[in-house]
Design a protein around this ligand. Structure first.
Ligand code: ADP
Ligand code: MG
Length: 771
């Protein structure tokens, strides 16, 4: 059955050599009860471990059923220990955190025996050793003798051919010893039992054969045997622990140390907590910034005006000159003034702008409008402007004001009423239905500049309150140039003074105030100025009507102002022509991108137009929003990086902590590692047990961290709201939470993996010797 051939096992400690097994040759029968006697330190345990494959011999050969073990792989040894050998130790070696049944099942669990069969065999084994009534007890509720019975049940559960007992009664009283010996004696009827003992009485009473051992050598053998098996009829079934088993082992182990596990999980979750809070805060702040930026964006559209100023390098330092001449020099401002050619080409280019980026493009024109209104039966001239009408020259200043962008009264008509809906709410009447509908915009306190109403011909006093219905539905006539101006001479025109006739002209376009709109939020306040606002389509229509009117033709032909007769220079003439509606070139184009990102795309689209063009043909835009926000965006990113870096340090710290804890756990569980190995666990399985433990720790500390961080967002938000007025700044993104749990698990497993590997490398025999 089993034969040792010239087995040697030497231990080298420092310079000294211990010959634990010194050329031992012995053979055992398939069925017999062998007792090995000898003084302490004589090498008995070493031999037993050698036979059981727990400790590999240095030289010689161990032959099992004719099969040499010289070329056994580690897996072969694992399988051999699992299938063929059962161990019983002096110190029972029961895994304390597992139930009795689980302990007995462990060997079968390792060899992958099905659950039902495993349970059945384990119960049978426990009944056989007389533990039937105690099956549901925990190991710490059993006496020494009972524990040894559990160990015996574990050893025989898988019905091994060899039972190895190392001083099984060494820790028991005489009476219990007799019982255990009786049990072992019974078991030896079916298999080979080799028992180490230093109790000669017991040996003589129960054993069939006694071998005396001293100094690593066999002194005498009461019943020697000569093996004659020459054929190899030995088979091994490989073992494999499932990850589930590993998880269960770790879980029950952790359960016995609840407080410590909870503290560990908490301590290592601190890294996760800090990162989660930083992320929650920064994404909350980012949201706030985006919102503010969106609002800024609405206030400051990308503006392309007829004249723009180039970005210029800061002025060089003025150098002292000794020259005797005076240099004429353009000022920095003059140098940087650029005239944009907003020609057809460019307008088409803007029309082709991706509507996904901006649906709201406003074209403003410096055309005036000939407006008339009737109040209390009296016809008066009117204008859509907030400025004091007595100072302005028939609305010219209003037209001029609208070309500056901010505070314009012209809204984009290109995108339905989306632009208006986004920033305003209707408080009376309705949104405009077409370009002949204008609207009255009021501030949040329902106020409007008094001049806006006076310019509509209304007689109002400061702080006077007006009913909505006095305003909604009010009609205004737009008169074409040809109907409005009378020709005095070729170069002089005057407005028709018979306003009633002009008002009633059938050619007039009738526009009306469709509704009163109020700004939704403070940030929308400056987008359009309060007062009358009209669609850019209306101005385009008016220009279409007026561009070929007599007065425009006359002004184009004349070198004097056709309304006053005074001489004009070219620039003034051009602006007069456009004021009279003779120019289809917009004074400015305002683009309101949807988001900040879209704005960048809009800008790069605009930049593309300038590529390869002569300086004078380039079109320069103004991006006020960009100038404002450049500062904030980068700063937030930088702060986030720094905070995440700090939080990352605490994550690494907790990872190191986990490694240390796993390491101590490895040290603590050395014995368990030995037991598992004796039962046939592979190195991999041992690594797995500890990996499983760190996985549990990692997942729970990750979850704990995320939960704590989430709970922390509530008080943080309250504090921040008190301090800054910002609501719900800290928001934990669920994706971040999941990623953090995963990161925590991975880092913890990584941190624990090295100690887990160390555990796997532990020598089984040494591990079992440890206390
Ligand atoms: P026994 O079981 O008969 O008391 P052992 O087989 O345990 O004896 O030990 C035999 C000898 O080998 C002893 O001298 C012991 O000190 C030595 N020994 C056992 N294991 C080791 C080891 N891992 N390293 C060094 N010496 C060892
Ligand atoms: Mg011993």
């Amino acid at each position: 059955m089993l034969e040792l051939k010239h087995i040697k096992k030497y231990y080298h400690v420092g310079d000294s050599v211990t010959k634990a097994l010194d050329d031992v040759s012995v053979a055992f029968r398939k069925q017999e009860f062998v007792a090995i006697l000898g003084p302490s330190g004589s090498g008995k345990t070493t031999m037993l471990n050698g036979i059981g494959g727990l400790d590999i011999y240095d030289s010689g050969d161990l032959v099992i059923n004719g099969k040499s073990t010289k070329d056994f792989s580690e897996a072969d040894w694992d399988a051999y220990r699992n299938n063929s050998v059962g161990f019983i130790f002096q110190s029972y070696n029961i895994i304390g955190h597992l139930s009795i049944l689980d302990n007995v099942e462990m060997g079968m669990t390792l060899s992958g025996i099905g659950n039902d069969e495993k349970k059945k065999k384990a119960r049978e084994a426990l009944e056989r050793v007389g533990l039937g009534p105690h099956i549901n007890k925990k190991p710490n509720q059993l006496s020494g003798g009972q524990l040894q019975r559990v160990a015996i049940a574990r050893a025989i559960a898988n019905d091994p051919e060899i039972l190895l007992c190392d001083e099984p009664t060494g820790a028991l009283d005489t009476e219990t010893s007799e019982e255990i010996m009786q049990l072992i004696k019974e078991l030896s009827a079916e298999r080979l039992v080799i028992m180490v003992t230093h109790n000669p009485t017991l040996a003589k009473e129960y054993a069939d054969r006694i071998i005396n051992f001293a100094d690593g050598k066999i002194l005498d053998d009461s019943n020697p045997f000569v093996e004659d098996v020459s054929q190899d009829n030995f088979e091994l079934k490989k073992t494999k622990m499932t990850f589930w088993t590993a998880l269960k082992l770790s879980f029950t182990n952790l359960k016995t140390k609840k407080a410590r596990t909870a503290l560990t999980a908490f301590a290592s979750s601190i890294g996760i907590i800090s990162i989660a809070i930083v992320l929650a805060l920064s994404s909350g702040f980012q949201k706030q910034i985006d919102k503010t930026q969106g609002n800024t964006l609405a206030q400051f559209p990308v503006t392309i005006s007829q004249t723009a100023s180039k970005q210029t390098a800061p002025t060089d330092k003025v150098k002292n000159s000794n020259s005797k001449k005076v240099t004429a020099k353009l000022s920095q401002q003059e140098k940087s003034t650029h005239t944009n050619k907003l020609n057809k080409n460019y307008l088409n280019y803007i029309k082709n702008l991706d509507p996904e980026l901006s649906k709201n493009v406003t074209y403003t024109y410096s055309t005036g409008m000939n407006l008339l209104t009737k109040n209390d039966g009296k016809v008066k001239t009117a204008q859509f402007s907030n400025s004091n009408s007595s100072n302005s020259m028939s609305g010219m200043s209003a037209a001029m004001a609208s070309s500056t962008g901010i505070g314009t009264s012209v809204y984009p008509s290109s995108n339905g009423n989306n632009f208006l809906k986004k920033h305003y709410k209707v408080i009376a009447g309705s949104l405009p239905k077409n370009e002949n509908d204008v609207i009255l915009l009021v501030d949040r306190d329902n106020s409007v500049n008094i001049n806006a109403l006076k310019n509509l011909g209304m007689n109002v006093k400061d702080n006077q309150k007006l009913d909505f219905n006095k305003l909604v539905g009010k009609e205004i006539k737009v008169v074409a140039n040809n109907d409005y101006y009378n020709k005095v001479s070729d170069n002089l025109y005057t407005p028709n003074s018979n306003l009633n006739d002009v008002y009633n002209n059938a050619n007039n376009k009738t526009i009306k105030i469709a509704g009163i709109l109020k700004v939704k939020s403070k940030s929308s306040e400056n987008i359009l100025s309060s007062g009358i606002a009209y669609s850019d389509k209306l101005t385009q229509d008016i220009i279409q009507t007026n561009k070929n009117s007599d007065i425009v033709k006359a002004q184009k032909a004349s070198d004097s102002n056709v309304l006053t007769g005074s001489n004009v220079d070219d620039t003034t003439k051009t602006s007069l022509v456009s004021y009279l509606g003779g120019s289809t070139t917009p004074a400015s184009i305002l683009i309101y991108p949807n988001t900040f990102k879209d704005k960048d795309k809009v800008l790069s689209y605009l930049d593309k137009y300038n590529k390869g063009k002569k300086e004078s043909n380039k079109v320069i835009y103004t991006d006020l929003a960009g100038q404002v926000s450049n500062l904030t965006g980068g700063l937030m990113d930088a702060i986030t990086y720094v905070l995440v870096a700090f939080a990352g340090i605490s994550l690494v710290t907790s990872m190191i902590m986990i490694a240390i804890i796993t390491y101590t756990s490895v040290l603590e569980r050395t014995k368990e590692i030995g037991i598992l190995k004796a039962l046939g666990a592979r190195k991999k399985d041992i690594t797995r047990v500890f990996d499983a433990e760190t996985t549990i720790l990692g997942v729970s500390s990750g979850l704990l961290g995320v939960i704590i961080a989430w709970l922390a967002t509530f008080p943080i938000n309250i504090i921040l709201q008190n301090m800054t007025d910002l609501k719900n700044v800290s928001q934990l993104n669920p994706v971040h939470a999941i990623v953090l749990v995963i990161i925590s698990t991975i880092l913890t497993v990584l941190g624990g993996h090295i100690p887990a590997k160390m555990a796997a490398k532990k020598d089984a025999a040494t591990a079992l010797r440890s206390e």
